[in-house]
Design a protein around this ligand. Sequence first.
Ligand code: WTA
Length: 644
Amino acid sequence: MSKETLPVESRIIPVKRLEEYWERSIEDPEGFWSEHARALQWFKTWDKVLDASNPPFYKWFVGGKINASYNALDVHIKTWRKNKVAYIWEGEPGDTRVITYYQLYKEVNRIAKILKNMGVKKGDRVTLYLPMIPELPMVMLACARIGAIHSVVFSGFSGESLASRINDSNSKILITADGAYRRGKIIPLKEWADKALKLTPSIESVIVVRRTGSKVNMVENRDYWLHELLAGIEPDTYVEPEPVESTHPLYILYTSGTTGKPKGVEHSTGGYLAWVYWTLKWAFDPREEDVWWCAADIGWVTGHSYIVYSPLMHGLTSIMYEGAPDYPHPDRWWSIIEKYGVTIIYTAPTAIRAFMRYGEEWVKKHDLSSLRILGSVGEPINPEAWNWYYKNVGGERCPIIDTWWQTETGGFMISPSAGVELAPLKPGSATFPLPGIDAEVVNDNGKRVEPGERGYLIIKKPWPGMLQTLWKDPERYVEVYYKKFPGFYYTGDYAMRDSDGYFWLLGRADEVLKVAAHRIGTTELESVLVSYPAVAEAAVAGKADPVKGEVPVAFVVLREGYSPLNSLREELVKYVRNQIGPIATPANIFFVDKLPKTRSGKIMRRLLKSVVSDQPLGDITTLEDEASVEEIKKAYDELKKELE
Ligand code: WTA
């Protein structure tokens, strides 16, 4: 495929200002970005905005020196924002902490000192396995301050998942907590971490944050309480922020792909910071007086970019909430909005659908008039959820900013732009690409599809927030993102443009599931299932779910001598939870005699999806390559019969 097959004249953006701004960003990216990157504080300006000499290993702001912690904190404490609130944190049990920029700055400096004392140097990896407590952003910023690369592992992942991520990144230090609150219960985080620590030889020291007061096992000369370490650090400790190269990795974040092994997405410092700074500004038009609430977990990219780095760079006041959305009552979130006067809330459709189920009464109990903008992320938002959110939460007053993006993209990519000019919204459409993003919807041959037709979403030009590579695996980086459509970034998503040019995101085109907006690879689940002694073969498909969007359903072929008992099914479900984490829990496991496969032995996944979703096969000519229509029909009927 050549680049000529992808024309660019389909740019219909119905708002002039946005269109002009966007055009400039595409036509003169270097000029555009050299102006925009100046919003950040650089220790040394770059020599070249974009080095595209070795695609797809693009380098942004080459020669520039910068520090993320400096841009998030030091820049403010020199101004009146010094005493502005950075985070209003609310714990699940109802305890609160209010942290100003100055206080955050002081804590980050002290933690940076602790890390330095432990021998952490620029480029070393530090793994964080923490609940949603203020220490999480503090440690991230402390790492960034000294040029260490953080790898945050979502606290809902199991010890096994933690271990594989620690080993892949070869981290020296693990930072965790004694426990985490979830729905009134205490999750024994340190105990889970202890499981991992049996398998992770690279870890030299473990720092434990005291959150729940649970009794934990501390290993001498390896495990240290954070509060005890802090007691030995002067309150006024200052750690010089390390000026790192713009391309120095700020962090690694593991995400699911189409193989069993999660990918270590590596983000740069300079390009990433510029991207998260500007995308928040363009999409949400944040103002000094805003109370911003990104209700994600920092364990995912949404929290990295829009709870930590971007809002802090903007000097915003953010809400950080520790617990479950509906604990102890379904109006917990609405009470938080009312209590703190939240002006922008940013969440996922799965949460909105869960609230819809509880009913409007819970929302109506609260005065939500402080809200001015609503946001959505993580999965396609269905029009019913959009309308409910718009009416009941936003009082028909607040635009919904539906942001399409990925762990790999660093920040928002396709989204309405309250900060530039808002195009008329259509419920369920993320509208148009943001400045700097040249997106297109193409068929298998890389040709642009007609309006109304489904195709693959690709990004045609590099952008500053893009991943730099996959950690220690540059081949896989090229293979996953640049092989299907050479020269262009492949998103793995289906999309469609309508006759007005609006983009509609239609879900994953690959073997990745979105379960309650969490990203899980079907192959990841399959490899866990086949590691169980009774299992010979396994295949996982996503089943449509009214609240979670999708849930994983597994098909399992047992080894000789094992019977398809209910107890075995339960054991397998438990096994998957223990190996990956509760988010991967299969909604159902079917024992089958054989899996439907093509002649070359590939599992017919889309067929499985149709079967579990109780949908007709649809257009089977393109359903599974290499298999005949008859074969597919036969396999479908057989499987349906077996499940009845
Ligand atoms: C999906 C989350 C439709 C998509 C930031 C993408 C969306 C994957 C949207 C990335 C949206 C995210 N509309 N689909 N607004 N936002 N997605 O890496 O399938 O956890 O590829 O990043 O979520 O998930 P990830």
